[in-house]
Design a protein around this ligand. Structure first.
Ligand code: KG4
Ligand code: ZN
Length: 340
């Protein structure tokens, strides 16, 4: 049995989790900085670092209490070492390395996006590859072909904004505040998703995405229709984004003859995306897995799950390693695409 204590501080959540054998979540504590950044309309890196510094010790203490453990029960300490904000990452990485030294256990640096991928396996370790995973967060929009654990091919990615970024920008334009994704999700429930039909960027062009034009079409619409209803705008925009995300993920599964489809990343918390993803997978007879919302948005349980697997695969990470803001997913060569 291996108990991993993982720390996640890549952006604006200070999180610590304790997970046994990569699947059994004993503690999962997340302290969000949303209220601290809200007055600025987005994450302020320096403010984020300071808040991580203040919150990490209490969050760590709480996780150990929740798991009824002390440092002596921990076998491995892990931290997200990229991608993310450099100052924020360094706080989690430094703490994890210090704990690993103090407790005399291995340290594992984890790729945040690989963590999002492992969120699916936390709940369903029995899932059988090959799988197609749609990873949608504030910084990434990826369709990944998972041939086996650790073997990833990127089938599609965004050529401009990430899906979460588009949600956040449209929300800001509509004056809905920050973070935009959950606000649009909420407001869309009161709107008519067919009232305003926005263009579906690159819907029939391969597996890459483009959200920037969709965002601009909302802005142009509002300029022409000053009295447009915000709930209808939110519902129409969300429908367009979800349509593109789900269509491409399903097309990718068909083209690669995947056995199942998974969803991950913060945008995977979106109600309409979750609903449509399940419906479309069912129609095609595909296994479908969407993690609980708490494992979609940033958390440290997914980092612990990825660390557990990486330790077995690559061994511990050296204590002389750093934090890597631009770290990419360790992918195999890009898929030679079948014609779309
Ligand atoms: O994965 P995540 O928590 O952080 C990153 O790694 O980026 O994703 C954050 C993104 C934000 O853009 C946020 O607006 C979006 O996920 N998000 C949502 C929802 N909840 C979070 N987008 C749409 N609907 C939601 N319910
Ligand atoms: Zn994330």
């Amino acid at each position: 049995m291996t108990v991993v204590l993982a720390i996640e501080t890549s952006c604006d959540e200070t999180a610590v989790a304790i997970v046994r054998d990569g699947i059994e979540v004993l503690a999962n504590v997340v302290s969000s900085q949303v209220e601290i950044h809200a007055p600025f309309g987005g994450v302020v890196p320096e403010v984020a670092s300071r808040a991580h510094l203040e919150m990490l010790e209490p969050v760590l203490a709480r996780a150990l209490t929740d798991a009824s453990m002390t440092g002596a029960d921990v076998d491995v300490v892990a931290a997200t070492h990229g991608p993310g904000l450099i100052g924020a990452l360094l706080i989690g990485v430094s703490e994890a390395k210090a704990l690993a030294l103090a407790w005399n256990v291995p340290y594992v640096g984890v790729n945040h996006m690989e963590g999002h991928l492992f969120a699916t396996f936390l709940e369903r370790p029995d899932l059988e590859p090959p799988l197609v995973v749609l990873l949608v967060s504030g910084g990434h929009t990826l369709i990944i072909h998972l041939e086996a654990l650790g073997q990833y091919r990127i089938l599609g990615s965004t050529i401009d904004d990430a899906a979460g970024e588009a949600f956040d920008k449209v929300a800001r334009y509509l004056g809905l505040g920050y973070p935009g994704g959950p606000r649009i999700d909420q407001l869309a429930k009161e709107g008519d998703r067919d009232a305003i039909v926005f263009p579906r960027g690159m819907l029939n062009e391969g597996l890459d995405f483009s959200f920037s034009g969709m965002k601009t079409s909302v802005i142009n619409y509002v300029r022409k229709h000053r009295d447009a209803n915000n709930a209808d705008l939110a519902a129409g925009f969300q429908e367009a984004v979800v349509d593109v995300l789900v269509s491409k993920a399903m097309r990718a599964a068909e083209q690669t003859q995947a056995k199942g489809v998974c969803l991950g990343g913060g945008v995977a918390a979106n109600s309409r995306l979750r609903e449509r993803f399940v419906q479309e997978a069912e129609v095609r007879g595909l296994q479908c897995l969407i993690p609980d919302r708490s494992f979609c948005t940033d958390n440290a349980a997914m980092i612990a799950a990825a660390a557990h697997w990486r330790l077995g695969e690559d061994g511990p990470t050296g204590l002389d390693s750093g934090a890597y803001p631009g770290l990419g997913l360790p992918v195999m060569e890009r898929w030679a695409r079948p014609s779309d």
